[in-house]
Design a protein around this ligand. Structure first.
Ligand code: FES
Ligand code: FES
Length: 173
């Protein structure tokens, strides 16, 4: 197999910069090209594997994170555009080992099958409940519109979000 020419390696390194990201309340430094998708850095450099790679095109929601509180796909988001923002991944929704009330309700309702889509769904549902602590079913469906679930767990997911809204204190989702 042909090895990478030295000039190509040198050029790739020359394109790299240091970025400081605020992830789950911590400052994290990464070195990469500014066009690197945020998801790659979260998973490969920072070890935060909860955000998933699904479509890679911003269309399935598996990779969603909160960016300044807004649910946002991270698979097509260049790192330079996230540098000054507060990034929260699904790992950041819990306090240490203690899951958020929303996460606990998802377990109680068994609101998942394979679980691949769940981190993105939890991110979107968290943003919804922080913005609208008493959503109705239509609000939940609209908020989760960008999160695909190929297992078809939608009914249980909606039930879980509505139950969390009933049980959880505002701002503690
Ligand atoms: S993997 Fe990012 S939206 Fe599908
Ligand atoms: S639970 Fe399998 S994709 Fe949603």
């Amino acid at each position: 197999m042909a090895s990478t020419p030295e000039w190509a390696t040198a050029r790739a390194l020359a394109d790299e910069e240091v970025f400081t990201l605020n992830v789950n309340g911590e400052q994290r430094r990464v070195t990469c090209s500014g066009d690197t998708p945020l998801l790659y850095l979260l998973r490969n450099d920072l070890g935060l594997k909860g955000s998933r790679f699904g479509c890679g095109l911003g269309q399935c929601g598996a990779c969603m994170v909160l960016l300044d509180g807004h649910p946002t796909p991270s698979c097509d988001l260049p790192v330079w555009s996230a540098e000054s923002m507060n990034i929260v991944t699904v790992e950041g929704l819990s306090a240490g080992d203690e899951m958020s009330p929303l996460q606990q309700v998802f377990i109680a309702e068994q609101a998942a099958q394979c679980g691949f889509c769940m981190s993105g769904i939890l991110i979107s549902a968290t943003a919804l409940l922080r913005h609208n602590p008493r959503p109705n079913e239509a609000d939940v469906c609209a908020a989760l519109d960008r999160n695909l679930c190929r297992c078809g767990a939608h009914t249980r997911v909606i039930r879980a979000v509505l139950r969390a809204a009933e049980e959880a204190c505002p701002n503690s989702v």
